[in-house]
Unconditional design. Structure first.
Length: 558
């Protein structure tokens, strides 16, 4: 797959997001761009209003006489003000530094210091009373207009100034943003992207996904994460669709239905929660019967999609972690064909996609986007080269050097296999492979994926460094918690037996430990993108991992 930028489906990027802002400000001033729910009502933002407020943000930042390319943090969940602040930072010639709205004290302090942040925009957070004190008092903070959020200056006061009259154009080669990784293996790394690198991905995904101004996006996955930033925010500046936000977790279903998204991107944990919610209303046996009746099946499938607010969608996607093939097939029966994709912060989340959806390719992450060159190393590592690869890790030249091959490919750390059509299947993370007491290597990801085929299982981690045999730790789904323990144990035992029958002797799982404590962002066991922090998990449960259990399925109350 040679890197072919002459391909007609691939275009170089010549316009920045602010270039597009000026364009829509002229051509579509009264068209609605952003829809922000507030107290149950929708506050609409036309392109004229977005441009006006962004110009005010830029003017205020310029009046502060900050050094060029100063780092400005946006510490908030998604909102209209997030988009507008980002545009204002670009127009003022500064660099945005997003921080997850779920970030803990250590991450907040580290990012602010490492990036030498000069000002912090603060919006809705997961736990503001605990998170806000992590910002040192000397920082200038601007609070978005939401309840419970405070700062040294309010949003309304900050934008109460004359808007910038000029329309400055950033240099495509200049630094646009530093996006910190979620820190699944340790301290977050600051991934540097220029306007050219990250916007190349944002612009070219439009062709791959056939997006235009008639589309509706729902922006709810964290904008501090690369996928939402590229596929939703930055792509929206090029395509001019309508973007809707979510008011709160409690209003999520209402807000999805209000948006009726035409493109909907989610993560595995949310897809499985949708599935469990449907099955709580229609048990699987009854659903199977209804979908088997020719006269009823389409009507039932559509009613379910309408109930989710996804009946108008023409594209559904999942990323961040593998989604169990059984779940993809289950949704396909109700007319929701979920395409998996793959990307990293380091390559602007623009690596592969299963577009168009193909049932025979379920379980793969798709094939390379046009303009992206992917190869497998001798060790099976997925390596990628494209114009949207990062420039560097901020202030970490040694890690930058270590991340790239001598001929310019990004070393992803993911192991994979590629079929004759270029479709790739991820088989694990190189760093996750462990050695048992017998000196045999075990790759946990495929075994974990097999466990996730059981709908009673919500989370799983296979581990076994220096153990005679690997073990599996897992957390049950909400529906399983309410079921008879004997029935759950029998189901898990059957799953274990089925999995072990397919494994080589050194890979077979000795026993399963069922934990009653979910792995969450709050308790430090998940990253903000819902990936398991394997090293933290193994440290916290070290005694359990090395304990001797008589039963193959052991329920542990923490």
């Amino acid at each position: 797959m040679p890197l072919d930028l002459a391909n007609e489906s691939v275009s170089d990027v010549t316009e920045t997001p602010v270039t597009m802002l000026y364009k829509w400000e002229r051509e579509r001033p009264d068209s609605v761009f952003l829809n922000q729910p507030r107290d149950g009502q929708t506050d609409t933002y036309t392109w004229r209003r977005v441009a006006d407020e962004a110009r005010r943000v830029a003017a205020r930042l310029q009046s502060m006489s900050l050094p060029p390319s100063s780092r400005i943090a946006i510490f908030a969940k998604n909102s209209a003000e997030w988009f507008i602040s980002d545009l204002g930072i670009m127009m003022a010639g500064h660099v945005s530094v997003p921080i997850f709205g779920s970030a803990g004290k250590n991450t907040i302090e580290y990012v602010l210091k490492h990036a030498d942040v000069k000002l912090v925009f603060v919006g809705k957070l997961d736990n503001a009373p605990e998170q806000l004190p992590a910002i040192p008092e000397h920082y200038h903070t601007v609070s978005f207009p939401y309840e419970g959020i405070s700062g040294s200056q309010t949003w309304q006061d900050f934008i109460d100034c004359e808007p910038m009259s000029a329309s400055p154009e950033p240099n495509l080669g200049s630094m646009m943003t530093i996006i910190y990784t979620s820190g699944s293996t340790g301290q977050p790394k600051g991934v540097v992207h220029t306007y050219r690198s990250i916007c190349w991905a944002a612009k070219n995904c439009l062709g791959a996904l056939s997006v235009d101004h008639s589309d509706r996006y729902l922006s709810y996955l964290p904008l501090a994460h690369i996928t939402e930033r590229v596929l939703i925010e930055l792509a929206a500046f090029y395509a001019a669709p309508q973007v809707y936000f979510v008011e709160s977790l409690d209003t999520f279903q209402r807000d999805v239905k209000r948006c009726e998204p035409t493109l909907f991107v989610s993560v595995p944990r949310l897809w499985t929660k949708f599935q469990m919610g449907i099955l709580a209303k229609i048990p699987q046996k009854r659903l199977n019967f209804l979908l088997s009746v020719p006269v009823l099946n389409k009507m039932i499938a559509r009613k379910i999609r309408q109930g989710l607010g996804l009946d108008k969608a023409r594209f559904w996607a999942s990323g961040s972690a593998p989604l169990a093939p059984a779940v993809i097939r289950w949704f396909s029966k109700i007319g929701i064909n979920i395409s998996e994709g793959w990307g990293m912060t380091e390559n602007s989340a623009y690596g592969t996609a299963s577009v168009p959806f193909r049932e025979d390719k379920i379980g793969t992450i798709g094939k390379a986007y046009d303009g992206v060159d992917i190869r497998l190393s001798d060790e099976g590592e997925i390596q990628v080269k494209s114009p949207c690869n990062m420039i560097e890790y901020y202030l970490e030249p040694e890690k930058t050097l270590d991340a790239m091959t001598t001929d310019g490919y990004l070393k992803t750390g993911d192991k994979g296999e590629m079929d004759s059509e270029g479709y790739i299947r991820i088989t694990g993370r190189l760093k996750d492979i462990f050695k048992t007491e017998k000196g045999k290597y075990v790759t946990p990801a495929p075994i974990e994926a097999a466990f996730m085929e059981n709908p009673l299982i919500e989370q799983v981690c296979v581990t076994g460094t220096n153990l005679p045999q690997p073990i599996a730790m897992l957390v049950l789904s909400e529906s399983a918690v309410d079921q008879d323990r004997g029935d759950v144990e029998q189901s898990l035992s059957q799953t274990l037996e089925t999995i072990n029958a397919e494994l080589e002797s050194h890979q077979r799982i000795a026993h399963v430990v069922v934990l009653d404590e979910p792995w969450t962002i709050e308790n430090g066991l998940l990253t903000p993108t819902l990936k398991v922090k394997r090293h933290v998990l193994e440290s916290r449960y070290e005694d359990l991992i090395h304990a001797k259990f008589d039963s193959r399925i052991e329920f542990v109350d923490m």
